[in-house]
Ligand binder design. Sequence first.
Ligand SMILES: [Zn+2]
Length: 311
Amino acid sequence: MGTTGTLRVDGADGLVGSEVPYLELGSAELGPTVSLMAGVHGCEYTSMLGLRRFLQGLDESKLQGRLLVIPIANLAAFHGRTPFVVPHDQLNLNRCFPGDANGSFTERLAHVLFDSVIRNADFHIDLHAGDMVEALEPFTIYDASEVQEQSRALSHAYGLGYSIRSERSASPIAGTSSAAAAEAGIPSITAEAGGCGLVDERSVELHLSGIRRVLASLGVLPASFDPPQSPVELNRWVWLRSAIGGWWSPAVAAGDRVPGGSIVGTVSSLTTDEIEEIRAPEDGFPLFVTTSPAVGVDGLLMGLASGAQPV
Ligand SMILES: [Zn+2]
């Protein structure tokens, strides 16, 4: 099917994950080019499987455009079953885009992914899930940018329950592939469904239908389904962290609605009777929640999406 190739991380010959397979399908002469990337985090299996299943079911002759596909971007973490980071240098690949050709392994990997694939696309979709220790309510996120209306349309087309617009100045993170793409003028989303290292069928299907809906919305594939319902639109993204290390006990689940000021969990010290109450700073929805009780000082506990609908 299509053309297969290998991206190579410079100066990393022999290291696991230094060669990244990719696929090119269809033709740019027929329509827009869309990059589809999964496996930026190595244990987010539902997103990888949604993309695999899409490719297995694809009739390439129906493509009215071109797909640039990276089935698993972070093979070192995949083979090592390593959550969040690339094992070679302990960096989070989704904080390193657009990358650095002269940086460490992960920064060079981000560079080759961005420069060889994402930059050549008209639209970019990065597929994720909660990682090995994260429960998650499905959502898409896009960045405030000059192409934000097109990104928002992608977010709605993907069809998940929540759509978050992220302002760079207020974002808890930087260097995501979708933020770097939007900065380069390429409409882009990060799509999240699934979590906890599980391969649950519902989340795989959400990604599969999301990919198909986005491509249909761009005219790259024929539409053969009802349009999705409009998502809940939010524009703030607050990550809650622990002040102390210890045992994390969440009091809410991913997808709950929590009022500002309410206790969303506690962290209790392993060595003293100190208990830290974690409170929601404002009304919102915990869209991912750390499920592992083990947290360190400044450990990530949950992501709370909030805010009024963007204009
Ligand atoms: Zn991820």
